[in-house]
Design a protein around this ligand. Structure first.
Ligand code: G3I
Length: 470
């Protein structure tokens, strides 16, 4: 089982007043480096871990400057709320209309955002002509639709929701009855194969709701389908968890297990339409941390900007109120994305390897600059006590820093007198990795035995790259 959390509760809180005093004195001499500073928008904060934070955008609201100001500032991914759906893009058979879809797409790319495509094959929001089709004619219409829309956006859409909401709610675990389902059980894989050929660059997702709770039959049915697709080579790259949480479909802490289990099948996962009835800050933070804990979680999309933009506005489920003010849930998501950096960093403790159970250790308690670190049985000696600082350093003996001697794979990680360089700054991530700010590479144990050297290496989610601060 993976160790995703990095418990830090054993660390004692540093004397903040003293630390601030030191920082103020230092600032008088030289401006402190911003490397480990918390980000102030959702998109930038998510980008620290290579993820995006997106929103649904409605083309009809793009003339509202309060809306566009928030959307542009906070989000770096966009999903068209309705404009890329079947009824919008192919209102008459064979006659495609991308006016509204392009409005959203162009706004997004002109403002530097990536775009998720939503959605190509769905039982809902079908135009009348499609709703009236069945059998082979409907199957062909679905294929033509996928080809027509994906050709228009070929190479431009990062992820496509190829198929949406194909499973029944409740305990049956069955496919949802729909005109598409009645064309034959293979309609979903045909949709994915068609999509892969139409735009090989896009990640192809299956997207659904009420599939976040690992124990629910619908979740299990979706899991069985994805596993089967992976086994048979049906081209699927990602699973979207809509995550519309409310009293009838509440958040459950096993969501993280669900995300992990799907990722273990070899697909990416994404939270695609997040809204939470009442917008509990705790639940929003939990969902955010669930994504951050899963390496293959690509990012989070909330289903609208302000409460007043929501399809469920009466539930006030979003991060901004109707006036565009940040809600408490906003702050809790931002803090989670920033790795909890709103709190002062904790005082020293050991850093234990998840795979080895051994500690990050300065050999022979040396204090010499350039001494490469190793794994050693944890004993809590001063040569195993690491203290994170506000600047992003990990200090030992008070004045020596965890220091990368290079920027490439295999570069030695050593102790060196602290001097404020980026090669001495580290991002401690919620998935247990410790990433060098300068190199972007992971703190890596080149073995699991006593004496195994510590180096930098490309992050690959191995247990030799996950650490627990105790
Ligand atoms: O644009 C027309 C407007 O001209 C008309 O006056 C008005 C009258 O009802 O309807 C407007 O269209 C509505 C459209 O939203 C735009 O606001 C449709 O009636 C309404 O059905 C549509 O609802 C959308 C819903 O999907 C349709 O299934 C919601 O905005 C949209 O948020 C919602 O999104 C879905 C995801 O695609 C899939 N997952 C669930 C999610 C929530 O239902």
């Amino acid at each position: 089982m993976r160790t995703n959390a990095m418990p830090r509760s054993g660390f004692r809180r540093r004397a903040l007043a003293g630390a601030l005093g030191v920082l103020t004195a230092a600032a008088a001499l030289v401006a402190p480096p911003p490397a480990a500073a918390a980000e102030s928008t959702l998109g930038a904060a998510a980008a620290q871990s290579g993820r995006y934070f997106g929103t649904a955008i409605a083309s009809g609201r793009l003339n509202d400057s309060v809306y566009t100001t928030i959307a542009n500032r906070e989000f770096n991914s966009v999903t068209a709320e309705n404009e890329m759906k079947i009824d919008a893009t192919e209102p008459q058979r064979g006659q495609f209309n991308f006016t509204a879809a392009d409005r959203v797409y162009n706004w997004a790319v002109q403002n530097g955002k990536e775009v998720r495509g939503h959605t190509l094959a769905w039982h809902s929001q079908q135009p009348d002509w499609m709703r009236n089709l069945s059998g082979g004619a409907l199957r062909q219409a679905m294929i033509d639709h996928i080809n027509g829309v994906m050709a228009h956006y070929r190479g431009k859409i990062v992820q496509w929701d190829v198929v949406n909401e194909a499973f029944e709610d409740g305990n049956s675990g069955a496919r949802r009855d729909s005109n598409l389902q009645r064309t034959g059980n293979d309609w979903i894989e045909v949709a994915f194969r068609t999509a892969r050929a139409a735009d090989p660059a896009a990640k192809l997702c299956y997207n659904d709701y009420n599939v976040e709770n690992w124990n629910w039959a619908k979740t299990q049915a979706m899991y069985a389908m994805v596993r089967d697709f992976k086994q048979r080579g049906v081209p699927i790259d990602c699973v979207g968890f809509q995550s519309h949480f409310n009293s009838g479909s509440p958040y459950n802490s096993n969501f993280r297990t669900t995300l992990q289990n799907f990722a273990a099948l070899g697909v990416d996962v994404a939270i695609t339409e997040l809204d939470i009835q009442g917008a509990s800050p705790t639940t929003y933070a939990n969902v955010t941390n669930d994504c951050l804990a899963v390496e293959r979680c690509l990012g989070i999309t909330v289903w609208g900007v302000r409460d007043s933009d929501s399809w469920r506005s009466e539930q006030t489920p979003l991060l901004f109120d109707g006036n565009g003010n940040k809600k408490a849930a906003y702050t809790s998501v931002l803090n989670a994305l920033n790795g909890g950096t709103s709190e002062p960093p904790p005082e020293g403790g050991t850093i234990q390897g998840a795979g080895s159970g051994r500690c990050l250790d300065v050999p022979n308690a040396s204090t010499s600059d350039g001494t490469q670190l190793q794994l050693w049985d944890c004993h809590g000696g001063t040569n195993q006590q690491w203290e994170p600082t506000d600047a992003g350093e990990l200090r030992v003996y008070g004045n020596k820093c965890l220091d990368a001697a290079g920027t490439g794979n295999g570069a030695s990680v050593q102790i060196y007198s602290c001097w404020g360089g980026d090669n001495q700054k580290w991002r401690v991530n919620s998935d247990g990795t410790i990433v060098g700010v300068q190199s972007g590479l992971c703190l890596d144990a080149a073995g699991s035995a006593n004496g195994s050297p510590i180096q930098l290496y490309s992050c690959w989610n191995g247990s030799n790259q996950r650490w627990t601060l105790t």
